[in-house]
Design a protein around this ligand. Sequence first.
Ligand code: ADP
Ligand code: ZN
Ligand code: ZN
Length: 733
Amino acid sequence: MILRIALPTPLHRLFDYHLPLSSLKTPPKRGCRVRVPFGSREMIGLIVDTPEQSDLPLAKLKPVHEILDDEPVLDPNLFELGLWAARYYQHPVGDALAQLLPVLLRQGRPAAFAHATLWRATADANPDRLSSSAHRQRELLQILLDHPKGISPDAIRAEGGHTPLLKTLTEKGLAESFEHLPDGRHAASRDQILREPPLTLHDEQAGAMQRIRASDGFKAFLLYGVTGSGKTEIYLQAIERTLSEGRQALVLVPEIGLTPQTLTRFRNRFNVPVHALHSNLSDRERLDTWLHARNGSAGIVIGTRSAIFTPLRNPGLIIVDEEHDSSFKQQDGFRYHARDLAVVRASREGIPIILGSATPALESLQNARAGRYEQLNLHRRAGNATAPRFELLDIRQQPLDAGLSDELIRRMHQHLAAGTQVMLFLNRRGFSPSLICNQCATIVDCTRCDAHMTLHRNPPHLHCHHCDRQTPIPRACTQCGSHELRPLGIGTERAEDALKHHFPDTPVLRVDRDSTTRKASLEKIMAQVHRGDPCILIGTQMLAKGHHFPLVTLVAILDADAGLFSADFRGMERTAQLILQVAGRAGRANHPGEVILQTLHAEHPMLQTLIGSDYLHFARQEMQLREAAELPPFTHHALVRGEATRQGWAEQFLRELSEQTRLNTELPTGVQIIGPFPSPMEKRGGLFRAQLLISSHNRSALHTWLNALVHEAQNNPQGRRVRWVLDVDPIDN
Ligand code: ADP
Ligand code: ZN
Ligand code: ZN
């Protein structure tokens, strides 16, 4: 018999193997894992097909070494989703499918719970049958008697029991082991699901909830709701219904570590197991969660991007919170977008999906406009919270101290004196983004990137934020030898210094990647903020994500202009999202909030729209520009990215690739090729990069041509000195 196997290789193809029929108990199924020889080693792959014939003669096929599963590890829906995603993102199919599996399954370990074997005392076990001198046996038996439902060997050891003696007790008829499989359904019955009563929905929420309740089968909702409008409450009540039907909910969030509050809210609300898939899990814990989800015992699974591939026995609802967040797009290897796959998955499973955001992606708004999603709006904040008041603070001709204007400092004093907290946002970590020579104006650059080195003070060093290169601070300018090197520009460390100087009696808490590397340091900072005493938070976009800071009444964006003039056509959308997300941290409880944007461009139309109107209004204007320029979401993009050790190689490879593909495959009408050009930061990490953009109004035409292009690229001998990847629906051009 022939098995067609998907193997995790860079090749865009499947591999045929031969399975001696005699070795079969049951016929192997699609989605089961196999162990096969590949080159000089073994690999784990997935059965995709059992074809009648192979392109190779049977004698040439290598034999399968082992079939690892009796039942498929991936259910048919998920398996099909994986195949679909591999085709859509033009990623090698074996590698794509492997990424659907937890690491331990990729390594060939059994798809079984860690603590499947439990121990208990036998029904008639009596400690008196052990001699009084057999202390350790008596102790061990007592532990078993204390756990009538069974206990794992690990747990026995944790209680001080000596597990090798389990064998002795078994021989004496005092102990027995049994296989424990967690229940196939989350245990809570309909009237036990809630642990706390739900909130009474306000009018807008009730309207949205009614639409969600009315849905039957697949339906995509775009839940637009300003920060603090009660989107999470809607998720909770939608999940309540899912659970009461005995089904499971999958919730995708940008980042769990940063927002443990969200997890707590889910756990406080429901009596069902809530499993979180986050980066601190061990491979073992990850597999156990995966198994709980697969057998139905997990009620709710919350995770980041890759959680979209969690198997669910009884799927009922998918939620993508902060759907605009760029972390849902994987930026290397298999470049899928978890939000977009979530919609595809919901449609295949025939269940509803809610995409929520205060600042939806223009792609999602366009999908709503085209009728593919139903848009639900929450314009007002929930409870007593009111919308924050925006103010553009014109800093032209204003003296600034480490990015702080006198007016801002004055306003900070006012808020702190009133006993509330202040949050400042600056999206540049480090002390200063560059080090410049006072004599000849040379700036210290990274030798591996087209970028300046960032100066850090604590500890003192230079750091390239693009390739991670770190060096000591040079004493003299490499060009003129002058010793007068000075920091140019402001990073969070520098702002922190200045704040400590201006507010000597107020705690200044810095939140960025450098200040939170040590475990639990972010939690400590958050705990201090939540104690409620006046303090000043200064940080990067880590602060913008999802936190509730009920006592923050003033939010200031030190440099609102940072993204206004970006070369990327998405720059404006990103800036608007960031500003509104940061602003959303202000005044979330009973205290009215104030948002100050320091800017040199107070008359800029985007800033004016944002502060005078709302995100939807901004988005409508931005959409008109995109439509006129034939940019996404009105066209579809794919980028071929190349990189090589010499300048020009990647560009040349892409040019030849483009020409060769056009020679062999007629360019479908409506497909446009732009470039190749050097990438926006041509040199990065010592490699020279270029990109070729393919744009089309028509998705299937685009994909036809991409297929041809990948085929050419795989057969291009130049491909060996140029590393290339295809990025379908890129989010940074
Ligand atoms: P979002 O997810 O849109 O930011 P949340 O669901 O977190 O909003 O709600 C913001 C705050 O308002 C929370 O403290 C929440 O408990 C509260 N809240 C939400 N809905 C209601 C409601 N219907 N009545 C009273 N308070 C509410
Ligand atoms: Zn110099
Ligand atoms: Zn660098």
